[in-house]
Design a protein around this ligand. Structure first.
Ligand SMILES: [Fe+2]
Ligand SMILES: [Fe+2]
Length: 185
């Protein structure tokens, strides 16, 4: 049994996951929170720049990342381990282009994927089967996320980078939000 003081309340709990795993999950909360905030900044930039598709795509993406963060918050709290809610980091507010945003996004997803794989390794080492099972959803989600951004980035090679092409890609971004919304219905 371990006891910790959290908000003046003494919590006693059976250690179900290792300290290492707890730290990694709390760190993942930071990554998901930063991702949500960064995508929100991208959505806002798209909105003010006139990319309607990009804007709705990144607002939806920001919400998704927030829901990932909350999944981990619930997971830790349900184990009796207080989740640490991080401060928000100031995101970039200005971007070069729609293409550059998508590339930054892919890069950030790749970083998140690596962090998740490290957690899977910790769970395996700890023989922490519940956390291993919990992380499986994230592993699959990251495959989807990386594919999504890679496919969108390819559009610039396929369609082009002139104004008409970018407008077309902006429409593809709008359509991709609609199709993922209908997939969840
Ligand atoms: Fe995420
Ligand atoms: Fe993501």
């Amino acid at each position: 049994m371990d006891a910790i003081i959290f908000n003046q309340v003494k919590l006693t709990y059976t250690m179900k996951i290792s300290k290492n795993m707890q730290n990694a999950l709390n760190n993942q909360i930071i990554l998901e929170s930063n991702a949500s905030n960064n995508y929100l900044a991208m959505a806002s930039w798209c909105e003010i720049t006139g990319y309607e598709g990009g804007s709705s795509f990144f607002y939806a993406q920001s919400n998704e990342e927030r829901s990932h963060m909350i999944k981990i918050v619930h997971y830790l709290n349900n184990l009796g381990v207080p989740a640490v809610i991080p401060a928000t980091k100031l995101p970039a507010s200005s971007f070069k282009s729609l293409e550059s945003i998508l590339k930054i996004a892919l890069n950030s997803e790749q970083t998140v994927t690596s962090a998740i794989h490290v957690m899977v390794e910790i769970a395996q080492k700890d023989k922490d089967y519940p956390t291993h099972a919990f992380l499986e959803w994230f592993v699959n989600e990251q495959v989807e996320e990386e594919t999504k951004f890679e496919t969108l980035i390819k559009k610039f090679e396929l369609i082009g980078r002139d104004k008409i092409a970018i407008n077309e890609i902006d429409k593809i971004l709008a359509a991709s939000v609609e199709s993922s919304a209908s997939n969840t219905k």
